[in-house]
Design a binder for this molecule. Structure first.
Ligand SMILES: C[S@@+](CC[C@H](N)C(=O)[O-])C[C@H]1O[C@@H](n2cnc3c(N)ncnc32)[C@H](O)[C@@H]1O
Length: 375
């Protein structure tokens, strides 16, 4: 299988992506790769409104990206003038798009209440963006795209559910398991406002932030690394869990699969993700184990600041999921690079009948037998 590569879009705007009351008039600085340095084809829009730009050649970019030609860009933006007459969508997020030839990148800015009052002349509900270190903890970057990437994932979730005949809008109670500071659940709320949404994570800081800033989105809870989760049997119609089973040791995965089964209603659906061991540039021994055994937990992968030591990288083949996870769920779909950037979607359903594992008992047994996780 080919190794997955990420295509870089070489467009940058300077952080921080936050505007205060005093930033109603603001200087945007950045640079963009261009095809022709002498005639750069670069434009900038703010929530769709075009902004006048100053462009100058930028030879420094070539030092970091040999062979790349780039222009520096500068725009002095008066948001009150630019957005006069605009009806802001709520919750409001300022979205700056830079386009250079066929390339384009969006940068999101959180704005203050005073900024909104000054620009629109009335209070406007705003979308909050978590602090940079919480963004880095869940996505590896704080590059001004937290909600954009969350919306893409939410749209992929909706697409996978719709193709399976289980559309998002049909699910009333939904859990985002491993929600972090709410990247995906915020977009799910926008797409399905009637749903009762819950988020749960081991990261108390991320959950604290979500509770304080996303109270209009859902009910957020901290869970321990092992079962039980803080929810009653058969609580949910749908659980989605993006990039969680890609990080846990195998024994923890068994505990959580049984536990998620317990809190799903019979017939309820779990949509999660996996990584294929053959599709990434892994050390030879890690790759070989993953491909041969169907599962590998890469315990020497880099740790993530702020998360427990067990949180590393795990890879599953499709055959493993169909063999092992099938002990807990009916396997409805195993995708390929179809969810959360380059991860593989796994769509599972709790069988309607009560055969197989007794949900609560199974997860309690697995928890009792499991060695203690390092914290
Ligand atoms: C890569 S991040 C993804 C966050 C979020 N799903 C998203 O897509 O933005 C993985 C998340 O899993 C959480 N996590 C790891 N182990 C967990 C566990 N046993 N129970 C709940 N959350 C867990 C981490 O704290 C982290 O927030």
């Amino acid at each position: 299988m080919a190794v997955v590569r990420h295509d870089l879009v070489l467009i940058s705007l300077d952080p921080p992506y936050r505007l205060g009351d005093e930033d109603v008039v603001y200087n945007l600085f950045g640079w963009a790769e261009v095809d022709d340095e002498a005639h750069p084809d670069v434009s900038v829009t703010v929530n769709g409104a075009p902004v006048p730009l100053k462009l100058t050649p930028n030879p420094n970019v070539r030092e970091h990206f040999p062979g790349v030609t780039a222009s520096s860009l500068f725009a002095r933006v008066n948001f009150a003038e630019l957005l006069r007459g605009h009806t802001p969508a709520e919750p409001f997020l300022l979205s700056v798009e830079v386009t250079s030839g066929a390339r384009s990148r969006v940068f999101e800015y959180e704005v203050s209440e005073g900024w909104l009052q000054a620009v629109f002349g009335r209070p406007v509900r705003r979308r909050r963006i978590p602090p940079e270190h919480l963004q880095i903890r869940v996505t590896g970057a704080a590059a001004g795209q937290f909600h954009l990437t969350g919306r893409r994932v939410a749209e992929q979730i909706a697409g996978i559910l719709a193709r399976a005949g289980l559309p998002l809008g049909r699910h009333a109670r939904i859990l985002d398991f491993g929600c972090g500071p709410g990247r995906v659940i915020s977009a799910i709320k926008d797409m399905h406002p009637q749903a009762e949404l819950f988020g749960s994570d081991i990261d108390g800081e991320a959950i604290g932030w979500a509770r304080a800033n996303l109270e209009d989105v859902g009910d957020f809870r901290v869970n321990g690394p092992a079962p039980p989760l803080p929810f009653a049997d058969e609580s949910f119609d749908l659980i989605y869990s993006i990039s969680i089973f890609t990080h846990l040791p195998e024994d923890m995965q068994h505990g959580m699969l049984a536990e998620l089964r317990r809190i799903l209603k019979p017939g309820g659906v779990l949509l999660t993700t996996k990584l294929d061991p053959g599709a990434y540039d892994l050390p030879d021994d890690v790759c070989a184990k993953g491909v041969n055994d169907g599962f590998v937990y890469w315990g020497d992968a880099d740790a993530t600041e702020g998360l427990p030591g067990f949180y590393r990288l795990a890879y599953h083949t499709e055959a493993y999921v169909r063999r092992v996870w099938a002990k807990y769920f009916d396997v409805l779909h195993v995708g390929s690079h179809d969810l959360n950037n380059t991860q593989d979607a796994v769509l599972l359903r709790r069988p309607n009948g009560r055969g197989g594992l007794i949900p609560g008992l199974a997860s309690r047994l697995l928890t009792a037998l499991r060695p203690k996780a390092d914290a």
